[in-house]
Design a protein around this ligand. Structure first.
Ligand SMILES: *Cc1c(COP(=O)(O)O)cnc(C)c1O
Length: 387
């Protein structure tokens, strides 16, 4: 008998990761290394030609949208809001169940974040609650396509049109997700609102090896303005027409992304295979609720997030950890409970769905390198949980 087989299954599985960036890199190492080497030799570290060629590839990927690259997804949101001339005191509607960045830029610009609870099945903004929060100060809605599928954009766009509001999509978790309108028209995440903002944080579906971000719009003059804002408000070097920021995508990151964007559909396919496996093998476990796939959106499964019933989420998480299986909670503390984002009169019970989700959601390992062995081990381990 080979020595290796003496190890228990559990020990062999000790390398399960939430995301496997090393494994993903090794499969395309030659191409990536060559792309990095090219930048090193050219020394064009800022605004090298790879920035433009990656932006072109990304534009093609998003069906011809204008693309402005920037330093990260948070800056993308900030640049978008600056370009739309949102003014101090303006109100911006967003889901309360999201990553802090969405609310952060709103607050940073002196705008008022107006939180809305989410739909318990899709985890995305509850469109039925939007209109009741619109006031004369409301200027924009920022739907977040959480975990990889689009928010229900058709009603959101309708409400926005009726009330003359901007829609800025936060697609940091949903690059490549497609939304189908009731007339059959299909649009890609980022192409539905006036602006779409995304992130290339390493663990995102299209991730670079550091920070990176991009903005989509179909409006050319807005694209030009956002390009200016991202580079100190200048169109011509050393001529500053508007107040901007310094938020550029590094040439090295652009070179890496230009290689990786060729594989992004394959990555999405792999993530969907993992999700299908979980769906099949975690069905009919009494304490597990599987993620619901929205009828009108494809899913790129940035996260595979289950709901754990009966208050057992934390004990399941600990048990999995003991068995060598990582898992994550997105998000543990709802934004309206975060010190920096507390608002008068908004407390416990204000957003019951989000508050419940913060106690029940658990994201399982999902990435492009997962093996069937790992997946069956994870599913069997969850089945055996009797905490
Ligand atoms: C990752 C993320 C961001 C921010 O992206 P960074 O590149 O980390 O600044 C914004 N919104 C959501 C929903 C995200 O998941």
């Amino acid at each position: 008998m080979a020595v290796g087989t003496a190890f228990s299954r559990e020990q062999k599985m000790k390398d399960i990761k939430m995301v496997d960036l090393q494994g993903q890199y090794l499969r395309i190492k030659n191409e990536i290394d060559a792309a990095i080497q090219e930048v090193l030799m050219s020394t064009a570290f800022i605004q090298g030609p790879q920035v433009k060629s990656f932006a072109e590839a990304l534009s093609k990927y998003n069906h011809g949208a204008h693309v402005v690259t920037c330093a990260n997804g948070t800056d993308a949101l900030q640049i978008a809001m600056m370009a739309l001339d949102l003014k101090k005191g303006d109100e911006v509607i967003l889901p309360v169940h999201t990553y802090v960045a969405t609310a952060e830029v709103i607050a940073l610009l002196g705008l008022t974040p107006v939180f809305i609870d989410v739909d318990e099945t899709t985890f995305n903004i509850d469109v039925d609650q939007i209109e009741s929060k619109i006031t004369s100060k409301t200027k924009a809605i920022v739907p977040v396509h959480l975990y990889g599928q689009c928010a229900d954009m058709e009603p959101i766009l309708k409400i926005a049109k009726e009330h003359n509001l901007f829609v800025i999509e936060d697609l940091a978790q949903a690059l490549g997700a497609d939304y189908t309108f009731s007339n059959g028209m299909v649009k890609r995440a980022g192409n539905m609102g006036i602006i779409g903002c995304t992130s290339f944080f390493p663990s995102k579906n299209l991730g670079c090896y550091g920070d990176g971000g991009a903005i989509f719009t179909s409006n050319q003059s807005l694209a030009e303005k956002m390009k200016m804002i991202s580079t100190h408000g200048q169109k011509v070097k050393y001529q500053h027409d508007i107040v901007g920021i310094n938020s550029r995508l590094d040439t090295l990151q652009a070179a890496i992304l230009k290689v990786k964007i060729k594989y992004v559909d394959e990555y999405t396919r792999k993530r969907n295979e993992v999700a299908d496996f979980y769906d099949k093998h975690l069905a009919n476990i009494s304490f597990v609720e599987l993620p619901v796939r929205a009828k009108n959106s494809t899913h790129v499964f940035h996260q595979y997030t289950i709901k754990v019933k009966n208050g057992k989420r934390d004990s399941l998480k600990d048990y999995l950890q003991e068995k060598g299986i990582p898992s994550m909670i997105y998000y543990h503390i709802p934004l309206h409970f975060q010190k920096a984002y507390q608002q008068p009169g908004v407390g416990e019970g204000s957003f019951p769905v989000t508050e419940r989700l913060s106690k029940s959601v658990l994201s399982l390992p999902i990435h492009t390198e997962m093996t069937e062995d790992e997946l069956s081990y994870i599913c069997q381990t969850i089945k055996d949980f009797n905490g």
